[in-house]
Design a binder for this molecule. Structure first.
Ligand code: SF4
Length: 253
């Protein structure tokens, strides 16, 4: 299905992609910022943060030179602050060791703080045109339905297997558009519940659609139960002042 599938998908993407402030950017730094912000956070929430961030820290050097407090302030409200801390740390490494540029090489990207295989593949493909497939929750869902892939998708072995499959489906030289197209399909059409198959550009290629199994896929292995922890909290105040302590960088809550 490779060539027809990717051609249908990219055609659809070119006509239906949402206009987002980081799209059309060829600046690897802007793509990196957007990818980090989009981890765990909705597109609508990210847009104003991204625009303000790019004004406040328009380059790797600007971010590297900023004090941590101002970086965390600019991140305030986005949550998962370790993302901002890692990006700040990575910017300082880039300024020190890489001429303040993101390296156009998957392995070096993936060695930077806060950049895992997904983000490294996204930056490598979108910013540098390198043939690396992205695999995140959206992509796993799309692949599980298309193939079909009937093992649980949220296991390390499935991650590896799906990464290999995604890499095989990638049209050489079009990785940036293709990756964004699969993610866009997962975000707009191949939704977790009630996928919009009637509007799907690749329904002719989709095994789940053919067999009416969309609701069964992807299969998810049940996650371990989140432990419940009881804690006691106190508030110290004196003469109208309240004691506030900064939380440690690591650890719970
Ligand atoms: Fe997803 Fe439906 Fe398209 Fe298959 S046909 S990829 S289930 S939206």
């Amino acid at each position: 299905m490779n060539e027809e599938f990717s051609a249908l998908l990219i055609d659809w993407y070119e006509q239906n992609a949402r206009s987002l402030p980081w799209r059309g950017h060829s600046d690897p730094y802007a793509i990196w910022v957007s990818e980090i912000m989009l981890q765990q956070t909705r597109v609508d929430t990210v847009i104003p943060y991204f625009l303000k961030w790019m004004e406040r820290f328009p380059t790797v050097d600007a971010l590297a030179a900023a004090p941590e407090d101002s970086v965390l302030k600019a991140w305030e409200g986005l949550g998962y602050y370790s993302r901002a801390r890692s990006m700040h740390k990575a910017a300082r490494l880039l300024a020190r060791d890489h001429g303040s540029r993101l390296p156009g090489e998957f392995k070096t990207l993936a060695s930077l703080p806060g950049i895992g295989p997904y983000t490294a593949a996204a930056i490598a493909s979108i910013a540098f045109g390198l043939d690396h497939a992205v695999v995140d929750g959206n992509v796993k869902r799309v692949l599980a339905r298309l193939l079909p892939y009937t093992n649980a998708v949220n296991t390390p072995s499935a991650e590896k297997e799906l990464r290999g499959i995604a890499q095989c489906l990638l049209p050489a030289g079009r990785a940036g558009d293709y990756n964004q197209a699969v993610m866009e399909l997962g975000a707009l059409i191949c939704l977790p519940r009630n996928p919009k198959c009637a509007a799907c550009p690749v329904s002719s290629q989709c095994a789940a659609f053919k067999d009416n199994r969309q609701a069964e896929l992807p299969v998810m292995k049940e996650k371990a139960v989140v432990p419940h922890i009881t804690v006691t909290a106190g508030i110290l105040h004196q003469d109208g002042k309240v004691l506030i302590a900064r939380r440690p960088t690591n650890g719970l809550l």
